[in-house]
Design a protein around this ligand. Structure first.
Ligand SMILES: Nc1nc2c(ncn2[C@@H]2O[C@H](COP(=O)(O)OP(=O)(O)OP(=O)(O)O)[C@@H](O)[C@H]2O)c(=O)[nH]1
Length: 402
């Protein structure tokens, strides 16, 4: 009997719950915004970084740059269907114009050149210059990586002027020094970077150099320089040796809306990536393709082979218009030796001297140009994204002597 009552009570409870459920469904019928919102969400997915990114407009970035917060988004939550899920394209930065960058970075340059600048001026304007003093002047110049030949040339010229004019006041000496240094830096060299379309194809820039000199960073910074000059740029991550290099490059490009062609396979054939990048550049009608390479090769033969192959494979589709050698200014004469090996493997058309902010040996500009016979076209003066400047001989010399 007890069991019978129990069954009756359970039955009644089920009946009451069922009725409540039916009533609730009838009241809520036809108003299902929240579930629709949830279904809409996948269609509003953020722009990702897949290969089809290559077709995107310049306003959309490839890279890993994080999506910024939505401006003006009401904090109290969604009011319309789908609004909450719309994720804006990552903000594209407007890089600083290349013009006048060296002026902005002048203080860093002056620091790096204090050995030649302040040291030398102090020596020269100390009045009577005897043989010992001139030797000291020459030593100061050599210590600044100017190179023995250039240092001797400069000292000879200054000695002659002091002898002829007989004056050694600071302003006069400063003028002489400025003039002689400028001559050594060879202001007439063509320092333009090939970055305009050649007929129906983009300009192709290959960036080479020993690992750690700042190649990847330089490619990223150069992309910014060119974007600031309204060039349509595409990057090729042919440094397949270091897995993070392609990510690093993609992030640099993404910040300024520049796409990166890369391989997802670590250790992929760099020549194949370079080929794909140039192909994409031609198809997308960009102005310039910049290709980053690895420099981690242990011997000259290996280096020649790899760079030679990259060059040959690119040339199946396009000439290479610019080969930039990235050189770390802090490595001084050692770096120069390495640079010569690269110059034998490929025809270098320009030098990028990085980390000039971290050395007191600015004279390397002169010696690298003299020894490789190609101009320094860009200088790196810090780790900031816009700390790469077109090399301007006048501004460089002014920073030394003033
Ligand atoms: N202070 C200073 N640091 C720089 C400059 N250029 C590059 N660097 C730094 O140098 C380091 C190496 O730069 P990367 O671009 O990774 O060098 P990499 O040659 O591509 O190296 P691998 O990919 O290993 O071949 C980074 O920490 C950069 O921020 C510069 O002009 N000044």
């Amino acid at each position: 009997m007890d069991n019978l009552w129990l069954y009756v009570i359970i039955g009644l409870i089920i009946l009451v719950l069922g009725a409540g459920l039916v009533y609730g469904l009838m009241r809520g019928g036809g108003r299902a915004e929240t579930p629709i919102d949830e279904r809409e969400a996948p269609r509003q997915a953020p722009p990702g970084l897949p290969a089809e990114d290559m077709d995107r407009s310049p306003g959309q970035a490839t890279g890993a740059a994080p999506a910024p917060e939505q401006p003006g988004q009401p904090s109290e939550g969604p009011t319309e269907i789908g609004v909450e899920e719309i994720i804006p394209a990552p903000a594209v930065e407007r890089p600083e114009s290349a013009r006048g960058r060296l002026q902005r970075l002048r203080a860093r340059l002056a620091r790096s050149n204090s050995a030649i600048g302040k040291g030398l001026l102090a020596l020269l304007s100390r009045g009577k210059l005897d043989e010992e003093a001139w030797e000291e002047v020459e030593d100061t110049l050599i210590a600044s990586d100017l190179g023995v030949e250039a240092a001797t040339q400069l000292v000879d010229s200054l000695r002659t002027q002091v002898k002829v004019e007989g004056a050694t006041d600071e302003a006069t000496v400063r003028d002489w020094l400025r003039k002689d240094l400028l001559e050594l830096v060879q202001p007439d060299m063509d320092r333009r970077i090939a970055s305009s379309r050649v007929g129906i194809r983009p300009a192709v820039i290959l960036v080479v150099g020993v690992n750690g000199t700042g190649k990847t960073t330089t490619v990223g910074k150069l992309a910014r320089v060119l974007v600031a000059e309204d060039r349509d740029v595409l990057l090729g991550a042919a440094d397949t040796f270091r897995a993070a290099a392609a990510d690093q490059l993609e992030t640099w490009g993404g910040r300024v809306g520049v796409p990166t062609v890369r391989s997802d396979k670590e250790g992929a054939d760099p020549a194949a990536v370079a080929f794909d990048a140039v192909k994409a550049g031609i198809e997308q009608e960009v102005d310039v393709v910049i290709i980053d390479t690895a420099g981690r090769l242990h011997n000259k033969v290996g280096l020649m082979d790899e760079l030679g192959k990259i060059k040959r494979v690119i040339e199946k589709q396009s000439d290479i218009d610019e080969v930039l050698l990235v050189l770390d200014a802090t490595t001084g004469q050692n770096g120069l030796q390495q640079a010569k090996v690269f110059a034998e493997a490929v025809d270098i058309t320009g030098i990028v001297l990085t980390k000039l902010d971290g050395t007191a040996k600015g004279g390397i500009v002169v010696s690298v140009q003299n020894q490789l016979g190609v101009p320094v076209k860009l200088v790196g003066l810090g780790e900031g994204p816009d700390d790469l400047a077109p090399f301007d001989p006048e501004a460089f010399v002014d920073a030394i002597v003033s």
